[in-house]
Design a protein around this ligand. Structure first.
Ligand code: IMP
Length: 199
Protein backbone atom coordinates (compact mmCIF):
# COMPACT_ATOMS: atom_id res chain seq x y z
CA UNK A 1 0.00 0.00 0.00
CA UNK A 2 1.31 3.47 -0.81
CA UNK A 3 -0.61 5.06 2.04
CA UNK A 4 -3.46 5.03 4.48
CA UNK A 5 -6.35 7.45 4.93
CA UNK A 6 -9.24 7.66 7.38
CA UNK A 7 -12.78 8.34 6.20
CA UNK A 8 -15.09 10.09 8.66
CA UNK A 9 -18.24 8.05 8.13
CA UNK A 10 -20.40 5.42 9.75
CA UNK A 11 -22.14 4.70 6.43
CA UNK A 12 -20.99 1.16 5.48
CA UNK A 13 -22.08 1.67 1.85
CA UNK A 14 -19.88 4.75 1.40
CA UNK A 15 -16.95 3.13 3.22
CA UNK A 16 -17.04 0.00 1.05
CA UNK A 17 -17.19 2.08 -2.14
CA UNK A 18 -14.30 4.32 -1.03
CA UNK A 19 -12.18 1.23 -0.22
CA UNK A 20 -12.90 -0.37 -3.61
CA UNK A 21 -12.28 2.86 -5.55
CA UNK A 22 -8.96 3.61 -3.82
CA UNK A 23 -7.59 0.03 -3.76
CA UNK A 24 -6.24 0.20 -7.36
CA UNK A 25 -4.18 3.25 -6.23
CA UNK A 26 -2.76 1.14 -3.38
CA UNK A 27 -4.44 3.45 -0.86
CA UNK A 28 -6.04 1.77 2.13
CA UNK A 29 -9.16 3.34 3.63
CA UNK A 30 -10.41 2.80 7.16
CA UNK A 31 -13.25 4.39 9.05
CA UNK A 32 -11.96 6.92 11.58
CA UNK A 33 -14.33 5.28 14.09
CA UNK A 34 -12.10 2.16 14.04
CA UNK A 35 -9.41 4.12 15.88
CA UNK A 36 -11.29 6.87 17.73
CA UNK A 37 -14.89 7.62 18.64
CA UNK A 38 -15.01 11.21 17.47
CA UNK A 39 -18.80 11.35 17.98
CA UNK A 40 -21.32 12.36 15.35
CA UNK A 41 -20.23 15.30 13.21
CA UNK A 42 -23.32 17.47 12.67
CA UNK A 43 -23.90 18.40 9.01
CA UNK A 44 -24.43 22.08 9.74
CA UNK A 45 -22.88 23.38 6.54
CA UNK A 46 -24.79 25.16 3.79
CA UNK A 47 -23.26 23.12 0.98
CA UNK A 48 -21.64 19.73 0.37
CA UNK A 49 -18.10 21.09 0.55
CA UNK A 50 -18.68 22.72 3.92
CA UNK A 51 -20.15 19.50 5.39
CA UNK A 52 -17.34 17.38 3.94
CA UNK A 53 -14.77 19.77 5.46
CA UNK A 54 -16.48 19.71 8.88
CA UNK A 55 -16.12 15.90 8.88
CA UNK A 56 -12.52 15.79 7.64
CA UNK A 57 -11.42 18.51 10.09
CA UNK A 58 -13.04 16.63 13.00
CA UNK A 59 -11.12 13.50 11.97
CA UNK A 60 -7.78 15.27 11.67
CA UNK A 61 -8.13 17.34 14.86
CA UNK A 62 -8.99 14.25 16.94
CA UNK A 63 -6.42 11.82 15.52
CA UNK A 64 -3.73 13.68 13.54
CA UNK A 65 -4.33 11.12 10.74
CA UNK A 66 -4.85 11.98 7.07
CA UNK A 67 -8.62 12.43 7.12
CA UNK A 68 -11.31 12.43 4.45
CA UNK A 69 -14.83 13.76 4.84
CA UNK A 70 -17.48 13.01 2.24
CA UNK A 71 -20.86 14.60 1.65
CA UNK A 72 -23.19 13.54 -1.12
CA UNK A 73 -26.74 13.80 -2.32
CA UNK A 74 -29.27 13.28 -5.07
CA UNK A 75 -30.56 16.38 -6.89
CA UNK A 76 -33.84 15.98 -8.78
CA UNK A 77 -34.53 18.78 -11.27
CA UNK A 78 -38.35 18.49 -11.09
CA UNK A 79 -38.06 19.02 -7.29
CA UNK A 80 -35.78 22.05 -7.83
CA UNK A 81 -32.70 20.16 -6.64
CA UNK A 82 -34.30 18.38 -3.65
CA UNK A 83 -33.51 16.31 -1.68
CA UNK A 84 -29.90 17.44 -2.42
CA UNK A 85 -28.03 18.35 0.73
CA UNK A 86 -30.83 16.75 2.78
CA UNK A 87 -30.85 13.38 0.95
CA UNK A 88 -29.96 11.42 4.10
CA UNK A 89 -32.81 13.06 6.04
CA UNK A 90 -35.46 13.16 3.27
CA UNK A 91 -38.84 12.48 4.95
CA UNK A 92 -37.31 12.85 8.44
CA UNK A 93 -34.58 11.38 10.63
CA UNK A 94 -34.48 7.56 10.88
CA UNK A 95 -36.60 7.01 7.75
CA UNK A 96 -35.54 3.81 5.93
CA UNK A 97 -34.06 3.92 2.40
CA UNK A 98 -37.16 2.11 1.14
CA UNK A 99 -39.45 4.77 2.59
CA UNK A 100 -37.29 7.61 1.19
CA UNK A 101 -37.52 5.99 -2.24
CA UNK A 102 -41.32 5.64 -1.95
CA UNK A 103 -41.64 9.28 -0.95
CA UNK A 104 -39.49 10.45 -3.86
CA UNK A 105 -41.39 8.30 -6.37
CA UNK A 106 -44.69 9.65 -5.01
CA UNK A 107 -43.54 13.24 -5.55
CA UNK A 108 -42.70 12.34 -9.19
CA UNK A 109 -45.94 10.42 -9.89
CA UNK A 110 -47.10 11.05 -13.47
CA UNK A 111 -43.97 13.07 -14.36
CA UNK A 112 -42.66 11.97 -17.80
CA UNK A 113 -39.15 10.58 -18.25
CA UNK A 114 -37.71 13.73 -19.85
CA UNK A 115 -38.61 15.72 -16.71
CA UNK A 116 -37.20 13.15 -14.26
CA UNK A 117 -33.57 14.20 -14.76
CA UNK A 118 -31.34 14.06 -11.69
CA UNK A 119 -27.74 13.89 -10.61
CA UNK A 120 -25.73 12.37 -7.80
CA UNK A 121 -23.14 14.77 -6.36
CA UNK A 122 -20.21 13.83 -4.13
CA UNK A 123 -17.71 16.16 -2.50
CA UNK A 124 -14.64 14.78 -0.75
CA UNK A 125 -12.59 16.95 1.62
CA UNK A 126 -9.02 16.03 2.50
CA UNK A 127 -7.37 17.42 5.64
CA UNK A 128 -3.75 16.63 6.51
CA UNK A 129 -0.84 18.40 8.15
CA UNK A 130 -0.08 20.14 4.85
CA UNK A 131 -3.52 21.73 4.41
CA UNK A 132 -6.99 21.13 3.00
CA UNK A 133 -8.31 20.21 -0.46
CA UNK A 134 -11.74 19.62 -1.99
CA UNK A 135 -12.69 17.21 -4.82
CA UNK A 136 -16.06 17.06 -6.56
CA UNK A 137 -17.74 14.36 -8.66
CA UNK A 138 -21.09 14.40 -10.46
CA UNK A 139 -23.04 11.66 -12.23
CA UNK A 140 -26.02 12.59 -14.43
CA UNK A 141 -29.07 10.36 -14.84
CA UNK A 142 -32.81 10.22 -14.25
CA UNK A 143 -35.27 8.74 -11.76
CA UNK A 144 -36.92 5.40 -12.55
CA UNK A 145 -40.68 4.79 -12.31
CA UNK A 146 -40.10 2.03 -9.74
CA UNK A 147 -37.15 0.54 -7.79
CA UNK A 148 -35.05 -2.00 -9.72
CA UNK A 149 -32.02 -4.07 -8.67
CA UNK A 150 -30.65 -4.96 -5.26
CA UNK A 151 -27.02 -3.86 -4.99
CA UNK A 152 -25.62 -0.64 -3.53
CA UNK A 153 -27.38 1.55 -0.99
CA UNK A 154 -29.65 4.59 -0.59
CA UNK A 155 -31.28 5.76 -3.83
CA UNK A 156 -29.36 3.33 -6.09
CA UNK A 157 -32.50 1.31 -7.04
CA UNK A 158 -34.17 4.37 -8.61
CA UNK A 159 -31.18 6.15 -10.21
CA UNK A 160 -30.92 5.26 -13.91
CA UNK A 161 -27.50 5.63 -15.53
CA UNK A 162 -28.56 6.64 -19.09
CA UNK A 163 -25.81 4.97 -21.19
CA UNK A 164 -26.99 1.58 -19.85
CA UNK A 165 -30.68 2.43 -19.16
CA UNK A 166 -30.32 0.51 -15.89
CA UNK A 167 -30.28 1.59 -12.26
CA UNK A 168 -27.03 1.64 -10.27
CA UNK A 169 -28.58 -1.15 -8.15
CA UNK A 170 -28.97 -3.30 -11.28
CA UNK A 171 -25.52 -2.47 -12.68
CA UNK A 172 -23.63 -3.68 -9.59
CA UNK A 173 -20.77 -2.28 -7.57
CA UNK A 174 -17.94 -2.81 -10.07
CA UNK A 175 -19.80 -0.83 -12.72
CA UNK A 176 -20.98 1.84 -10.29
CA UNK A 177 -17.44 2.34 -8.97
CA UNK A 178 -16.23 3.10 -12.49
CA UNK A 179 -18.74 5.87 -13.27
CA UNK A 180 -20.34 7.15 -10.07
CA UNK A 181 -20.11 10.62 -8.52
CA UNK A 182 -18.16 9.01 -5.65
CA UNK A 183 -15.71 7.34 -7.99
CA UNK A 184 -15.08 10.64 -9.82
CA UNK A 185 -14.40 12.57 -6.61
CA UNK A 186 -12.34 9.88 -4.86
CA UNK A 187 -10.17 9.20 -7.94
CA UNK A 188 -9.20 12.88 -8.13
CA UNK A 189 -8.41 12.71 -4.42
CA UNK A 190 -6.26 9.58 -4.95
CA UNK A 191 -4.21 11.31 -7.65
CA UNK A 192 -3.65 14.31 -5.38
CA UNK A 193 -2.66 12.07 -2.44
CA UNK A 194 -0.12 10.22 -4.55
CA UNK A 195 1.29 13.40 -6.12
CA UNK A 196 1.29 15.76 -3.13
CA UNK A 197 0.77 14.00 0.21
CA UNK A 198 2.45 10.58 0.35
CA UNK A 199 6.23 10.74 0.21
P1 IMP B 1 -24.69 12.26 3.68
O1 IMP B 1 -23.58 12.46 2.70
O2 IMP B 1 -24.29 11.51 4.89
O3 IMP B 1 -25.45 13.53 3.95
O4 IMP B 1 -25.73 11.27 2.99
C1 IMP B 1 -26.04 11.40 1.64
C2 IMP B 1 -27.26 10.59 1.30
O5 IMP B 1 -27.45 10.70 -0.13
C3 IMP B 1 -27.11 9.10 1.56
O6 IMP B 1 -27.55 8.71 2.82
C4 IMP B 1 -27.99 8.50 0.46
O7 IMP B 1 -29.33 8.54 0.87
C5 IMP B 1 -27.78 9.49 -0.69
N1 IMP B 1 -26.67 9.03 -1.54
C6 IMP B 1 -25.44 9.57 -1.65
N2 IMP B 1 -24.68 8.86 -2.49
C7 IMP B 1 -25.43 7.83 -2.89
C8 IMP B 1 -25.18 6.73 -3.75
O8 IMP B 1 -24.09 6.53 -4.28
N3 IMP B 1 -26.21 5.89 -3.93
C9 IMP B 1 -27.43 6.07 -3.36
N4 IMP B 1 -27.72 7.05 -2.54
C10 IMP B 1 -26.72 7.94 -2.30
Amino acid sequence: MSGEVYLVTRNEGKLKEAKDILAPFSISVKSIYEICDIGKVEEKGENYAHNALLKARAGFINTGKISLGEDSGLEVDYLRGAPGLYSARFGGENVSSGDKISLLLKSLQGVPQEERTARFVCVVALVWEGGEEIFRGVCEGYIAEEPRGNTGFGYDPIFIFPPEVKTFAELGSEFKNRYSHRSRAFRQCAEFLIGEVFH
